[in-house]
Design a protein around this ligand. Structure first.
Ligand code: NAD
Length: 426
């Protein structure tokens, strides 16, 4: 990663703080996390050897509620990235107005090389390292890149063992059988599709004609693509870490077929198959970089950060971008796109469906009352629509890009809470 994501996040913050006109004491304080926890996790591997893994938890700001944010298991994780992700969580819970703060965790590890037993031992070790600083009213972690509901299941179990009580609201994104919420798995992707429809209404793009390219085909990328396909938009390209597929005729592909291919072949290749019938002529393999440069209506980066930078932004031909990954555009790329009149819906708004349903899960766990999937998605839609409207209004009123508009909405709420609690006093 060539750019420091935390420096980028601070650039975004300072730009928005000028527009939001917030108290300098709040601005000063919010440029630093409240607490950074670091540990070394020692894990016994299947062959009897032991390995050590650096692990982090950044508790950035809890002015509006408990720290909230995922845990990432990834070999390129570093503290700058985790700090940036934690800061973005604060902004995210602020922009959608849910009563939570922001945090993030990470472990420097390549889980793809590990067995399920090794991943379980690593997950349990993470909890033992940090449990004193976690809890439903303190810090509520969730899944992120390469962490799963199963991992949350092990973590909530380990938390029960070390803390002496069953507290399902300590982790969200759990399996349904132990207090997970209906709709959580799809929430981030579906929330992104809700934002997509709000944006399209503003841009006056037509449903049956709108083409979409999605980079990343994990939880977020898959569900946003699936939902958009079902709503009648044309998914013409998708990719994962090994590359992707492009539909040369712009007809649109069903992501379920691509997922089947990924499962069968272990990768997305250039042939599109429906059942046993494959078409390799009208479809082609593309690289991740090529996908970003396709002349589609909407480009959705849904994998990792810093994929659109000053180096490649000039080659982007999409009419709009919806950030579903955290931090996929650098500030330089942002500025160039704003000057060109290409709207970018920022991550803190468009991927906030995940944390919103995580909050629903926490609320269900703490109240003991459970909701149906329809109820969850209806409540999610209300929040995503209102949040988009809030951001669009501020951006239009202040003549700024949508990211700055989103930061302004969030910062005003956070600043108010910090003032109300006296958090800027000694
Ligand atoms: P995931 O682990 O399920 O999927 C990640 C995907 O990215 C995989 O398809 C992987 O193959 C692909 N990928 C990895 N390296 C890549 C590369 N160099 N180029 C292209 N693709 C690559 O993770 P996820 O949960 O889908 O998260 C994706 C992004 O969305 C992350 O930035 C994450 O922080 C963000 N996010 C996730 C959630 C959530 O609820 N899962 C919520 C908000 C934001």
């Amino acid at each position: 990663m060539s750019e420091n994501p935390f420096s980028n996040a601070m650039r975004q913050l300072k730009k928005a703080a000028e527009v939001a006109d917030i108290d300098p004491a709040v601005l000063e304080k919010i440029q630093r996390p409240q607490r950074i926890l670091e540990a070394t996790l020692t894990v016994t591997m299947d062959d009897g050897s032991t390995k050590n893994f650096p692990a982090f938890r950044v508790q950035y700001n809890d002015a509006r509620g408990p720290f909230k944010g995922g845990i990432r298991f990834y070999n390129k994780v570093n503290i700058h990235e985790v700090k940036a992700l934690a800061f973005w969580m604060v902004m995210k819970t602020g922009v959608v107005g849910i009563p939570m703060g922001g945090g993030k965790g990470g472990v420097v590890v390549d889980v793809k090389t590990m067995s399920a037993g090794e991943i379980e031992r690593l997950s349990r070790a993470w909890v033992r390292a940090f449990y004193k600083y976690l809890g439903p009213r303190v810090d509520v972690p969730a899944p992120d890149v390469y962490t799963t509901p199963q991992i949350m299941g092990w973590m909530v179990d380990e938390y029960a063992r070390v803390s002496g009580g069953w507290e399902p609201a300590t982790f969200t994104g759990k399996p349904l059988s132990i207090g997970g919420s209906e709709g959580r798995t799809e929430a981030t992707g579906f929330g992104g599709a809700m934002i997509f429809e709000q944006l399209l209404a503003k841009l006056k793009l037509k449903k049956g004609k709108t083409t979409v390219a999605v980079q990343g085909f994990g939880n977020v990328g898959y569900y946003v693509a699936e939902r958009l396909h079902d709503l009648g938009y044309k998914i013409v390209a998708v990719s994962d870490s090994k590359g992707g597929i492009f539909d040369k005729r712009n007809i649109g592909m069903d992501p379920r077929n691509i997922m089947k291919m990924k499962k069968d072949k272990g990768m997305i290749d250039g042939c599109y198959c429906k059942g046993s019938v494959c078409d390799c002529e009208n479809y082609t393999k593309i690289s991740n970089e090529q996908l970003l440069q396709l002349p589609v209506d909407v480009l959705i980066p849904a994998a990792l950060e810093n994929v659109i930078t000053k180096k490649n932004v000039g080659k982007v031909k999409a009419k709009a971008i919806i950030e579903m990954a955290n931090g996929p555009l650098t500030p330089d790329a942002d500025e160039k796109l704003f000057k060109k009149g290409i709207p970018v819906v920022p991550d803190i708004l468009s991927n906030a469906g995940g944390v919103t349903v995580s909050y629903f899960e926490w609320a269900q766990n703490t109240s003991g009352l459970y909701w149906t999937k329809d109820q969850v998605l209806l409540k999610l839609h209300e929040i995503m629509k209102k949040s988009f409207d809030d951001v669009w209004s501020i951006a239009t009123e202040k003549k700024v890009d949508l990211r700055t508009g989103a930061y302004v909405v969030a910062l005003r709420r956070i600043a108010e809470a910090m003032k109300a609690r006296g958090m800027t006093n000694s």
